[in-house]
Design a protein around this ligand. Structure first.
Ligand SMILES: NC(=O)c1ccc[n+]([C@@H]2O[C@H](COP(=O)([O-])OP(=O)(O)OC[C@H]3O[C@@H](n4cnc5c(N)ncnc54)[C@H](OP(=O)(O)O)[C@@H]3O)[C@@H](O)[C@H]2O)c1
Length: 291
């Protein structure tokens, strides 16, 4: 069994970007600038946005964090996004999800200019991704593909089972794995809460991507020997032994599943850091395309 070390690959990806940014500075060119919008005080969202801003600093990108109260009106948030769209210095915009219930995710995503949509959630970018065109691929699925690529995992012809069909993880990763590419060329089954024979489907899978949000949902008796397992889940569970008061749990029962796998991602340290690295790649690309 080999661990897919997201921390290591993320660092290598960020190092490559740092060298490219240093080159831009030497040439007197503009460096990428990411604007992150955080609405409210959700602890997990604060952590994710903080990690994204920190990654920008490490690489040499500019970043602007816009904090808004959770009672902000939808119209006011949309006008903040419109002004970021018009700001020539901003290359990428991300709005941290989830948003408060009174705000429509869809309206917010649709307001971001597709050329600045570094999260890759705008329908124009999703459409391009589905067609296999060059675009901003959503950061978590993109990070997973970068990880598979780094470890030279030959996914051609694999039976892949994706557990979860969300717009940000399950659905896009299923599309990417099915594309005629490397990694890719898998035969993909997308599963969800209405799937009847999940255990049998998983037992037939060479590759499992778990994006459910239920800690340790994937048990050892659902995984065949030699499978590749990608654990996207991150759930905070109470843990009095930790200073923070919580531990992070993945969707896979790691201790029991890992010995059966050829490759597996840990939580933390797997898909999470790759998501950040992929977002940074998208932000660099947005700046490159604009300038
Ligand atoms: N590492 C990272 O950077 C990163 C990034 C994004 C998300 N995440 C984590 O990944 C997890 C999933 O996130 P998400 O946004 O995709 O979640 P989500 O929007 O809540 O989607 C969960 C999916 O799991 C499916 N599901 C629920 N119960 C199931 C069951 N018993 N059997 C099969 N499928 C089931 C749901 O099916 P239905 O569609 O039928 O409801 C849904 O499609 C969360 O823990 C999240 O925190 C991590």
């Amino acid at each position: 069994m080999q661990i897919l070390d997201g921390q290591l690959v993320s660092k290598a990806t960020k190092d490559e970007l740092r060298i490219k940014v240093a080159q831009l500075v030497t040439e007197g060119k503009k460096v990428p600038h990411l604007a992150a919008v955080l609405v409210g005080n959700n602890g997990a969202s604060e952590t994710y946005v903080g990690a994204k801003v920190k990654a920008c600093q490490e690489i040499g990108f500019k970043s602007t964090l816009i904090r808004l109260e959770d009672d902000i009106t939808e119209n006011k948030l949309l006008s903040v996004i419109e002004s970021l769209n018009e700001d020539l210095d901003i290359d990428g915009i991300l709005v941290q999800l989830p948003l408060p219930k009174h705000i429509s995710d869809e309206k917010v995503i649709n307001t971001i200019l597709p050329s600045k949509d570094v999260d890759g959630f705008h329908p124009v970018n999703v459409g391009k991704m589905v067609q296999g065109l060059d675009t901003f691929v959503p950061a978590t699925p993109y990070g997973i593909m970068l990880l598979l690529e780094h470890y030279k995992i030959n996914t051609k012809g694999m039976n892949a089972v994706v557990i979860g069909r969300s717009n940000i993880v399950g659905r896009p990763v299923s599309i990417l794995l099915s594309q005629s590419s490397n990694p890719g060329n898998c035969t993909v089954t997308v599963t969800h809460s209405h799937t009847k024979n999940l255990k049998e489907l998983c037992l037939n899978a060479d590759l499992i991507v778990a994006a459910i949000g239920i800690p340790e949902f994937v048990k050892a008796d659902m995984v065949k020997e030699g499978a590749v397992v990608i654990d996207v889940g991150i759930t905070r569970v109470p843990d009095a032994s930790k200073k923070s008061g919580f531990a992070l749990k993945g969707d896979v029962a790691y201790a029991d599943v890992a010995p059966k796998c050829s490759f597996i991602t840990p939580v933390p340290g797997g898909v999470g850091p790759m998501t950040i690295a992929a977002l940074m790649k998208n932000t660099f690309k947005a700046c490159e395309l604009k300038n």
